[in-house]
Design a protein around this ligand. Structure first.
Ligand code: ARG
Ligand code: ZN
Length: 480
């Protein structure tokens, strides 16, 4: 992981050099430069903002052929002579505001589009991209990750930050959130799962069509497409949310443990609503992949996280469900403005596991804090990564998760139960569907608590080395 990230940053630097040297002067939007993320400078694009993605796709599991039409309903945020999309697949045509447009690949993951005539700032920008390719065969030269995970019976689009460009063109950075309609046509017998609500499903002529709607803004990496011969469990929560859970039949003897975990989503969500505020979305579910998909991680794809079979290999695991569902608030509803702020996602999702443990009587958050602190000796390299600024190579380092949770616990102890709860729920209501940074969080925590928390956040988020003691209650009392 660390290696691939290094290579990626290197490649980004090369791209930037090439761009500066390029003779074509495309002034306004500087297409191909990226949205300006300090860790991943080529990711995302400037010059426009996407409101909605409409994807109409056809997928052939036997050959892994994905084809379709992506319509981006966007707005120009600058005068545009040209603009870029993040995309790796083979494009057959592009139209902008109805008219055919020129397009050309650029860098490691861009398509530069030149409309027939410039689009003025503030004007609607409708981009229709037709494409067809075999995603599993498309390598990204910027790194050694692959966001398209094929199995003998289908495929899953999953990765962070890199995934969207293997299946739809877009503005691939969490700063540009949008709603999604994803319609997928697959051979009869297969199920195509995406995010949000299933609005239509029918079979005709030996093909099945699934239409999914995500009508709350979502970051591009939080959209997924999963195709397999899933076993599906559909239901409705007590509060009326449609539930759609999909299990790969290849789970075999792990099926029971997987179902015993995912089917607790509604219960876990109810607990988390008490801690974080109202659930921000209108659908719920999970997708569990089989061993043949080869996935080794889970990801909080919006309303419907994807879970690797590996989490259920040794029995049920409600903690991974708590982690991915907590992300619906921490990362999905309130999203990162920059990837370096990843602690806002992983620190809180990890702490949600401790909160579940405390609730279940399987160890208090304090027990877990003591345990985690003690399990990394002082000279462990773990302590060299500050979770508040982990570096581009380390955005998913265990320090972001475990030390990140220690930081949340330290905050809880410092401000007390009631204020801690106020901070979490105020954060969610203040930044609804928006983007924020770690600085925004520390500022809000100080405002809500009326305390100077500079030293606490410095110690737990920004200082290399193991803090002298684990977070401890000031009066020696335990939290539970
Ligand atoms: N956000 C995911 C989680 O909480 C991290 C996935 C990282 N793994 C990856 N291959 N990108 O577990
Ligand atoms: Zn996570």
């Amino acid at each position: 992981m660390a290696r691939s990230r290094l290579r990626r940053v290197g490649a980004a630097a090369v791209t930037a050099v090439l761009l500066t040297a390029a003779p074509t002067a495309i002034a306004a939007a500087a297409p191909g430069n990226g949205i300006g993320d300090p860790y991943f400078p080529t990711y995302g694009n400037t010059g426009y903002s996407v409101d909605h993605y409409d994807l109409r796709l056809r997928y052939e599991p036997e050959t892994d052929r994905l084809s379709g039409t992506a319509t981006l309903v966007a707005e120009a945020t600058e005068d545009l002579d040209a603009f870029s999309l993040d995309f790796l697949l083979d494009v057959t045509s592009v139209r902008v505001n109805g008219k055919p447009a020129e397009f050309a690949p650029r860098g490691t993951h861009k398509v530069v589009v030149t409309p027939a005539s410039p689009v003025e700032e503030g004007r609607p920008l409708t981009v229709v991209v037709k494409y067809a390719d075999v995603p599993s065969e498309v390598r990204w030269t910027g790194g050694d990750v692959h966001g398209w995970h094929r199995s003998p019976d289908g495929a899953v689009a999953l990765g962070q930050p890199e995934v969207a460009w293997w299946w739809f063109p877009g503005n691939d950075h969490p700063r540009d959130k949008a709603t999604f309609d994803v319609l997928v046509n697959v051979p009869e017998g297969y199920t195509a799962v995406s995010n949000g609500v299933l609005t239509r499903q029918y079979t005709l002529g030996g093909r099945s069509v699934y239409a999914w709607r995500q009508d709350r803004p979502a970051a591009t990496y939080l959209a997924t497409l999963a195709v397999a011969r899933y076993e599906v469990n559909q239901d409705t929560t007590a509060s009326g949310l449609p539930v759609y859970n999909a299990y790969d039949p290849g789970l075999g003897t792990m099926m029971g443990a997987a179902r015993a975990s995912i089917e607790r989503s509604e219960e876990i969500l109810e607990l988390q609503e008490r801690d974080f505020g109202p659930y921000p979305f209108n659908a719920l579910g999970g997708i569990v992949t089989g061993p043949e998909t080869g996935l080794g991680f889970a990801l909080e794809t919006q309303t419907r996280p994807v879970y690797s079979h590996a989490f259920f290999a040794r029995g049920s695991n409600p903690y991974v469900v708590a982690h991915e569902l907590a992300h619906q608030w921490w990362g999905n509803h309130v999203s990162l403005a920059r990837w370096q702020d990843i602690w806002l996602n992983e620190g809180f999702a990890s702490y949600a596991e401790w909160m579940l443990s405390e609730h279940e009587g399987e160890g208090t958050a304090q027990d877990l804090a003591d345990y985690v602190y003690a399990s990394y000796p002082e000279d462990d390299p773990f302590w060299t990564v500050p979770p508040g600024a982990p570096g581009a190579d380390n955005v998913f380092h265990s320090a972001v998760y475990d030390r990140g949770a220690l930081a949340v616990h330290a905050l809880r102890l410092a401000v007390g139960e009631e204020t801690f709860s106020d901070i979490l729920t105020t954060w969610q209501s203040q930044y609804t569907d928006a983007n924020a940074t770690v600085d925004d969080f520390t500022e809000l925590a100080q405002k809500v608590s009326g305390q100077d928390l500079t030293e606490l956040f410095d110690t737990w988020l920004f200082t290399e080395g193991r803090p002298a003691t684990p977070p401890a209650p000031r009066d020696g009392a335990r939290t539970a």
